[in-house]
Design a binder for this molecule. Structure first.
Ligand code: ZN
Length: 247
């Protein structure tokens, strides 16, 4: 697995872990006192060393959700935060049979002990505040992170410029996903752009409205997905503008 780091500004980096088949993004946010790493990829790259070369601040880790391609590098870090609702998913996806789905390379260990977000939690990094926004849907414990001063929203797999996957085990209903997306859209004055876990980046925030309209369409019966053979197996797929919902 390869990796590359790019500076988004003087105190923020995107780290990509990738090969020909898969690509995931992590984000390292540096405040005056601490740094926050959002997601940890597949665990096939020396993530701790990479982060330590970028920042000398102590690093906490916050996960957008418990899927195997976001939790892989957690083992090297002291403090790893996740939504309690994704606890079971995290441990299921920590097993080697799951971790080997994306790569057969040797993998760094996954952390066993986690900390769980509290209600209305914010990470105070020192002149940089990152709020945890619960957005159940893609998994029951999915969250987004609002970097308040930068006006950036980190969205994990909740609203990439691609399909959102709601057909998987430990996902929520479409109506729950719709509520999460509505919450993000209601707060759209608080951010200018979104940074996803995969695919095109950054993503304009209007994409959230597309997800909202598609979810509404499914729920009120004006739109309907067609049963389709998809990478995750057969499921219904509704394609709408630049996004899609698999359910
Ligand atoms: Zn995911």
């Amino acid at each position: 697995m390869k990796h590359q780091e790019k500076k988004l500004d003087e105190h923020t980096w995107i780290i990509e872990e990738y090969d020909d088949n898969v690509s995931v993004y992590m984000y390292l946010l540096e405040g005056e006192k601490e740094a926050l790493l959002i997601d940890t990829g597949l665990g096939a790259i020396p993530l701790y060393t990479i982060c330590k070369e970028l920042t000398d601040r102590p690093i906490r880790v916050a996960l957008t959700h418990g899927h195997v391609d976001h939790i892989g590098g957690t083992g090297a870090f002291n403090e790893v935060w996740l939504a309690k609702e994704d606890e079971v998913l995290y441990h299921v996806h920590s097993e080697l049979n799951m971790r080997n789905i994306f790569t057969k390379e040797e993998l760094f260990p996954v952390k066993g002990e986690l900390l769980y977000f509290t209600k209305h939690m914010v990470f105070e990094l020192g002149k940089r505040t990152v709020e945890v926004i619960p957005t159940p849907g893609h998994s029951v414990g999915s969250v987004c992170f609002l970097d308040k001063e930068r006006r950036w929203l980190f969205t994990g797999d909740t609203c990439c410029k691609a399909h959102v996957l709601l057909q998987m085990e430990y996902a929520s209903s479409i109506s729950t996903y719709r509520e999460s997306i509505q919450c993000l859209w209601d707060r759209r004055q608080e951010y200018d752009i979104t940074w996803p876990g995969h695919h095109d980046k950054p993503v304009k925030k209007q994409i959230i409205k597309d997800f909202l309209e598609a979810a509404d369409g499914i729920l009120n019966g004006t739109m309907e997905g067609k049963y389709t053979e998809l990478p995750m197996g057969k499921a219904r797929l509704l394609e709408y503008r630049e996004i899609g919902i698999e359910y």
